[in-house]
Design a protein around this ligand. Structure first.
Ligand code: SF4
Length: 477
């Protein structure tokens, strides 16, 4: 099939899948689905719009974006899930943002703190209860450097004033108490939660840390949540080239790292979607420059290291060349083992706001081809960064519904699907190799030179598992 025939066939597939929807939903969803063409005149999808009701989106809410993603990983702050028990319970320790430290002493990441709203709190308001809880937190966990209040849906609906509670308790407890208005009804996905969480750091945290000199090689990593140790793997390389990683936002991070995020020579941003707001703010307010980078797979790591080194002096540039050369040999060994087992395999992705484009290079290093990709909650600028990375004919889907993704996968028959926990078992029951691309399927890290061999091994393990030969019973013709 020629490329133009393939593009045509995929466009027809989109039309076919849309046929099941009522007219209004069909019209809406059509704008979110496209096929990559050379000049991309028609491949731009609409994004960051409200989900069509009832179509089984994979999206989460603003609370997930604020508590689950941005605030939750900050280890020496106690994060209160403020509202009924559910949201904090379901988001309890299931995002693998690893943190070092003694649990309950200076690391509260694995805990669930909640105000556990009852009917009386809905009727009379939860502010007094919140005040009492913050007092208890400080008494029981005296090393907690601060408290964040992550609002769940009811808080904003019943007229509570968590801002004034936070002001009073900041004074009383002599540590920052940060109100975060991330009720899940706000916005249309996790994305607004990221923005609200960034704004809370801007309004309550940044610039309020202990003073310190900025060393010539001090840098910060912004938007790495240390899933399975990713941020540690990234930090290791940056330190090997001679830079000094003083802050990470927010995997394994501390209050002080957030307070002093601007006191660096350069901020490196991995997850643009969730933290571009603060990166921009630090640049505008404190003049701290920032740079996007990608530490998935040796090609992108090398490209990123050279870009980063260009911001520093000759010693860093020389170190960078040496480090790249050292690891190139090691990475080649990984490629020699796994590429013959994976080359030519087709992959479909569906993740949140960064990985649907950021992991493409790592798959390509292994000779694999991305034939479909899409985001839950990306914005226009994310898709603009994505199109150039994709081959012609790649199917692009924004906020894809469960039905659409299933139908696309049935038709395109990829050798591997990379997506989330809600998708995993559906596709495995179809007999398709699947890797979780949020949690790394309890493996990782995937970032950096330490991560790539693990990534390659995991993809091989999924694609070439003997299990797939046993999907069909031998007596079924
Ligand atoms: S939408 Fe509301 S109730 Fe649901 S998880 Fe988010 S904050 Fe909680």
């Amino acid at each position: 099939m020629s490329i133009s025939e393939m593009i045509q066939a995929r466009k027809e597939l989109v039309n076919q899948v849309l046929e099941v929807y009522p007219e209004k939903a069909k019209k809406n969803r059509r704008q979110h689905l496209a096929v990559k063409e050379e000049d991309c005149s028609s491949c731009a999808v609409k994004s960051n719009g409200k989900t069509v009701p009832g179509i089984m989106t994979a999206r989460g809410c603003a609370y997930a974006g604020a508590k689950g993603v941005v605030w939750g990983p900050v280890k020496d702050i106690v994060h209160i899930s403020h509202g009924p028990v559910g949201c904090g319970f379901y988001s309890w320790a299931n995002r693998r943002n690893l943190a070092e430290g003694e649990v309950g002493i200076d690391n509260f990441v694995p805990f669930q703190f909640t105000s556990d709203f009852q009917e009386s709190d809905i009727i009379y308001g939860g502010d007094k209860k919140l005040e009492k809880i913050i007092e208890e937190v400080v008494e029981l966990f005296p090393n907690a450097k601060g408290v964040s209040v992550l609002s769940e849906c009811p808080v904003g609906l019943i007229g509570d004033d968590i801002e004034s509670v936070a002001r009073r308790m900041t004074e009383k407890t002599q540590r920052p108490v940060v109100p975060v208005r991330c009720e899940g009804f706000r916005g249309i996905s996790q994305s607004l939660g990221h923005h609200i969480a960034n704004d809370a750091i801007r309004d309550h945290i940044i610039g309020k840390g202990p003073e310190r000199e900025i060393g010539p090689y001090d840098i910060g990593i912004i938007g790495d949540y240390n899933i399975g140790g990713d941020a540690w793997a990234s930090k290791k390389i940056l330190e090997e080239i001679g830079l000094n990683v003083v802050n990470i936002w927010t995997g394994d991070s501390t209050l002080e790292m957030l307070q002093n995020g601007h006191l660096v020579k350069l901020n490196l941003i991995h997850c643009y979607r969730s933290m571009n707001y603060m990166a921009n703010y630090m640049e505008e307010t404190y003049g701290t420059p920032w740079l996007e980078f990608n530490f998935f797979g040796p090609t992108k790591i090398k490209e990123s290291l050279l870009n980063i080194a260009a911001h520093f002096d000759d010693s860093i540039r020389e170190n960078t060349q040496r480090v790249i050369a050292k690891y190139e040999a090691q990475m080649q060994k990984v490629i020699d083992i796994y590429r013959p087992r994976l080359a030519g395999k087709k992959v479909m992705l569906y993740v949140g706001g960064l990985r649907p484009r950021h992991v493409v290079g790592a798959y390509e290093d292994l000779g694999m081809e991305i034939i479909g990709t899409g985001y839950e909650f990306a914005h226009k600028e994310d898709y603009e960064r994505t199109y150039p990375q994709l081959k012609e004919g790649t199917l692009i889907y924004d906020d894809v519904s469960a039905l659409e993704l299933e139908e696309f996968v049935k038709d395109l028959k990829p050798d591997l699907v990379g997506s989330g926990i809600k998708e995993k078992y559906v596709f495995e029951k179809m007999g398709l190799p699947f890797r979780q691309m949020h949690s790394w399927d309890y493996s990782g890290p995937y970032h950096g030179y330490d991560g790539f061999p693990i990534f390659a091994r995991d993809m091989d393990m999924a694609v070439n598992s003997p299990t797939w030969k046993s999907i069909k019973a031998p007596w079924v013709k």
